[in-house]
Design a protein around this ligand. Structure first.
Ligand SMILES: [Zn+2]
Length: 113
């Protein structure tokens, strides 16, 4: 029988390097995606997508690139993993699921991410 540790894991418990790699991979993937969508938009018939769908996908890719770049910038500034609202550490479980998270779960009730 194990004793459950009632401790909230934070960013300090895991090398930030792993999350940085996830963010960098996402940044590259979304940049490639946006390039692909831009190329499709120029093709006759938009490569099978209607222009409305292409717009939605492009906006989503641009947003993901912006979110990821923001998170990487915060890493280089040393503020990554802290809630931008209450300044408390964002739980690691949340960062693993959403590496670009800017707010803790509590503050995120009124944030877009
Ligand atoms: Zn917060």
């Amino acid at each position: 029988m194990t004793i459950a540790a009632h401790k909230t894991e934070t960013i300090a418990d895991e090398p930030q390097e792993l999350l940085r790699r996830m963010l960098e991979e996402k940044f590259v993937a979304q940049t490639n995606r946006l390039t692909e969508l831009t190329i499709r938009g120029r093709l006759p018939g938009h490569g099978g997508y209607d222009s409305h769908t292409l717009d939605i996908l492009s906006v989503a890719a641009r947003q993901a690139i912006a979110d990821t770049a923001h998170a990487l910038r915060r890493m280089s500034e040393g503020t990554y993993g802290l809630c931008e609202d209450c300044q408390r550490p964002i739980p690691l479980g949340r960062l693993r699921a959403v590496p670009h998270a800017r707010y803790c779960t509590r503050c995120c009730r009124h944030c877009p991410d």
